[in-house]
Design a protein around this ligand. Structure first.
Ligand code: UD1
Ligand code: CA
Length: 458
């Protein structure tokens, strides 16, 4: 096996995106297009990956995780052939070169491997596809023996060439030694006045170097040139991800209304309602139910737990048989043990809720730990911030916190304690004690209400 250099062409502006952001920084399933392409290329363990950037190159570099990439500037975008030329000084003549495009994000590693395998035999490996609607893509011209002869760009094509429905994906693998000569001979006397990389196919054939076409599925080779294509590719991508979840044994209420921006794994018999968004790494146990409109980021949710509609979970661990939401917000560092119940408009942050603990409505629980079987009344707030620092509220087992309690941290409430509704708690409550921290009610006998008429006379 010869070593492999990968070249990613990503210098274009992407005019048709109508955007201030370079095209390759637009996102598919929460990751930039360039990131998709680089991750796929990485699977081939290349000796080197060269990224050709131009338009807003600083921004592209800043927003791309640099795993030892070689960056090359293409000052002016004079065409794909010119772009590859800029990478030449970085390439090793003894290696194979795989050219991929930053705006073709869904190509499979296995397809790239086939192209590289063709180059290994001394030929050019060219990834093509047969499309119902080849639109304005470059056309693959074959001879009567079915061998690839050349690529004709749509804008340069006559009606016969335009009738061809085999298209150029832009992806090709080439023995590096050949590139120099071919690129040196490129001309820009074509419809777009560009140096087309695609012209090297006819040069290869003229030099007696065969071209092997690797036919890929349409989904793999769809390039993104405008936002409509981006949206189409997003839906197709999400459909595949929904299928993976369904194969794992989840029921997906509508595969057209799920978004996975990361990776979800699940055990059997989960149910995922419509419009759920998953971000990052999410792990669902068996029988988990996720309600409509929930957004779940980097979380683990244990067997039998229910996330009710419109709940936001991030950076949290929810154990088994819990119920969370609707309209709850479980923020980073939250740990909910088995059978915890967190209801509507409850926010938790760095909060550990012990087994069976319930906070049914309208509460803020931050920088706190609650033991098992506590009951937190509506309107309870842990006052964790004094304007300078955060402080903790430590609550034991079987504690009852009455409605509308203000817990001024740092404060401890020990096992079995009971806090009366409406209390402001500022000091330790010992085990089993009742804390009443509120003004005493005073009733005034025979009080007369103010009267509008008498008041106006004064
Ligand atoms: C190109 C191919 C076409 C193919 C199509 C597949 C050529 C001449 N045409 O056309 O045959 O069907 O892709 O998607 O190659 N780029 C640079 N520098 C440049 C120009 C482009 O880095 O000067 C990069 C772009 O950032 C992009 C890629 O090359 O990632 C393709 O460029 P684009 O202008 O989109 O080419 P197409 O017109 O789509
Ligand atoms: Ca393109």
């Amino acid at each position: 096996m010869r070593k492999l250099d990968v070249v990613v062409l990503a210098a274009g502006k992407g005019t048709r995106m109508n955007s201030n952001r370079p095209k390759v920084l637009h996102e598919l399933a929460g990751r930039t297009l360039l990131n998709h392409v680089l991750n796929t290329a990485e699977q081939l363990t290349p000796a080197q990956t060269v990224v050709v950037v131009g338009y807003e190159s600083e921004q592209v570099r800043l927003e791309t995780a640099d795993t030892g990439l070689t960056w090359v500037e293409q000052g002016e975008q004079l065409g794909t052939g010119h772009a590859l030329q800029q990478a030449l000084p970085e390439l090793n003549n003894d290696n194979l070169v795989l050219v991929i495009y930053g705006d073709v994000p869904r190509v499979a590693a296995s397809t790239l491997e086939k192209a590289v395998a063709a180059a290994e035999t001394g030929e050019v490996g060219l990834v093509t596809a047969i499309l119902q609607d080849p639109a304005e893509l470059g056309r693959i011209v074959r001879n009567s023996n079915g061998r690839v002869q050349e690529i004709v760009e749509f804008k340069d094509a006559d009606s016969a060439a335009r009738a061809i429905n085999e298209i150029n994906s832009g992806i090709m693998a080439i023995p590096a030694g050949e590139i120099n000569g071919w690129l040196g001979r490129l001309k820009n006397d074509n419809a777009q006045g560009e140096f087309y990389l695609t012209d090297i196919i006819a040069m290869a054939v003229a030099d007696g170097v065969g071209v092997t076409a690797i036919e890929a599925a349409e989904d793999e080779v769809t390039g993104i040139n405008d936002r409509a294509q981006l949206a189409q590719v997003e839906r197709a991508y999400q459909q595949t991800q929904a299928e993976v979840l369904m194969q794992m044994g989840a029921t997906v209420a509508d595969p057209a209304r799920i978004d996975i921006r990361g990776r979800v794994t699940c055990d059997r018999d989960c149910f995922i309602d419509i419009n759920v968004v998953f971000v990052g790494e999410v792990r669902l146990g068996a029988g988990v139910r996720i309600g409509a409109g929930a957004v779940i980021t980097d979380a683990q949710i244990g067997d039998g737990s229910i996330v009710q509609p419109h709940t936001v979970v991030e950076g949290a661990v929810i154990a088994k048989n819990c119920s969370v939401g609707p309209f709850a917000r479980i923020r980073p560092g939250s740990i909910l043990e088995d059978r915890v119940k967190v209801g509507n408009f409850v926010e938790t942050k760095k909060a550990h809720l012990g087994t069976g603990t319930k906070a049914g409505h309208l509460a803020y629980l931050g920088d706190t730990s609650l033991g098992a079987d506590c009951n937190v009344g509506a309107g309870t707030v842990t006052c964790n911030y004094d304007g300078i620092e955060k402080h903790r509220t430590e609550i034991g087992d079987e504690v009852f916190i009455g409605t509308n309690t203000t817990l001024v941290a740092p404060v401890d409430i020990n096992n079995g304690a009971f806090v009366a509704a409406g209390s402001v708690v500022t000091s330790t409550v010992e085990a089993g004690d009742l804390a009443v921290g509120r003004g005493k009610q005073r009733n005034i006998k025979g009080w007369t209400r103010p009267d509008k008429k008498t008041r106006q006379k004064k």
